[in-house]
Ligand binder design. Structure first.
Ligand SMILES: [Zn+2]
Length: 340
């Protein structure tokens, strides 16, 4: 054996162990009864901030197929659930954080690049405008039809919890550690294509003077590169928008992105007419695409914390629309500034 080989092996092992330890230190689970809330330690250590990524366990909602008593924490107004149970689940989440006294603001999410500045609406309330779109005190959300339409919300006002709902899409929480401002972002493939994460940072810069280098960003549980199959229309759209897109896809990306015929001799294939094999698909890493956007916008690599939890692989812990279809709930990622 060459001299030093053992050293090399043990040092590689050591580095891997350190990486594993760092990864485990990046996240913590807050438990309250049956509830498990995932928190990023980089945000949890800030005393002026409340945040968390919900999981499915410990709620009141009864999802078909599960034994009675195994309630799930559905936080969105889905067709199969009752409004009472969703409200009870939201109240449970808030009390676990704890943040019962804070007011929850949710959005009617439309896969857009629309970013709302909550402070402007609060100014409106102070001027006596009707707060139809705002949550009532005590954490009760507005009726979905009266909620703001959009996919990101930012604020510098304390006492408000910003929430985005997901069941595969990427929830992104941001905190400006200097100006004490926060953001919650919902980024599916359409929102990511429209650069919702970068645009949210841009709005924070304009509204609050946020500097990207002061911002900690956390990408929560979402469908992973392992499971998120998409078709040629997504590959083509990404190829048209991002020079780096190839890095975020597995599978025949170039073939799908250019729309080239996969097999020029297809007419020779044995499949009978009308029974062509389905077109090839690729798998997209939505978190990698958002991570690149944040880096490109000036966020430090060390300030981008990205969960590796896949909603589709982990339906024991999370909700996945892809995997469970309509019979699934909504996770919620929330962030807010504590009242001074
Ligand atoms: Zn997966």
């Amino acid at each position: 054996m060459a001299p030093g080989r053992n050293d090399q092996i043990s040092s590689i092992g050591g580095r891997a162990a350190i990486r594993r330890r760092r990864a485990s230190q990046a996240w913590a689970t807050l438990r309250s009864g049956e509830l498990q809330i995932i928190q990023a330690t980089a945000l949890a250590k800030l005393p002026w901030l409340v945040h968390g990524f919900s999981t499915r366990t410990g709620g009141k909602s009864r999802l078909e197929g599960l034994p009675d008593g195994q309630g799930v924490l559905n936080l969105g107004f889905t067709g199969w659930d009752t409004r009472e149970d969703v409200l009870a689940n939201r109240a449970k989440l808030l009390s676990a954080l704890p943040a019962e006294r804070m007011k929850l603001v949710t959005l009617r999410q439309i896969h857009s690049d629309v970013v709302h500045v909550l402070d402007a609406f609060l100014d409106g309330v102070q001027r006596g405008l009707p707060p139809a779109h705002l949550a009532a005190p005590g954490g009760l959300p507005p009726d979905p039809p009266s909620a703001l339409s959009g996919d990101a919300v930012i604020t510098r006002a304390s006492g408000w919890l910003l929430g985005v709902q997901t069941a595969d899409c990427v929830p992104i929480l941001m905190a400006d550690t200097k100006q004490h401002a926060v953001a919650a972002v919902h980024a599916g493939w359409r929102g990511t294509l429209r650069r919702i994460a970068a645009k949210t940072l841009g709005r924070m810069q304009m509204a609050f003077g946020t500097r990207p280098e002061d911002v900690v960003t956390v990408l929560g549980p979402a469908i992973g590169r392992c499971c998120y199959e998409v078709g040629p229309e997504v590959a083509q759209a990404y190829a048209g928008q991002f020079a780096q897109a190839r890095e975020w896809f597995d599978g025949p990306f170039d073939q799908l992105a250019t729309g080239e015929e996969p097999n020029p001799l297809k007419w020779l294939s044995m499949a009978p007419p009308g029974h062509d094999p389905p077109p090839p698909r690729v798998r997209l890493d939505l978190r990698a695409a958002n991570r690149w956007q944040l880096l490109d916008a000036g966020v430090k690599a060390s300030n981008i914390i990205s969960s590796e939890l896949c909603t589709s692989c982990r339906t024991d812990l999370l909700f996945s629309y892809r995997r469970e279809h309509a019979r699934t709930g909504r996770l919620m990622a929330i962030i807010g500034l504590r009242e001074k």
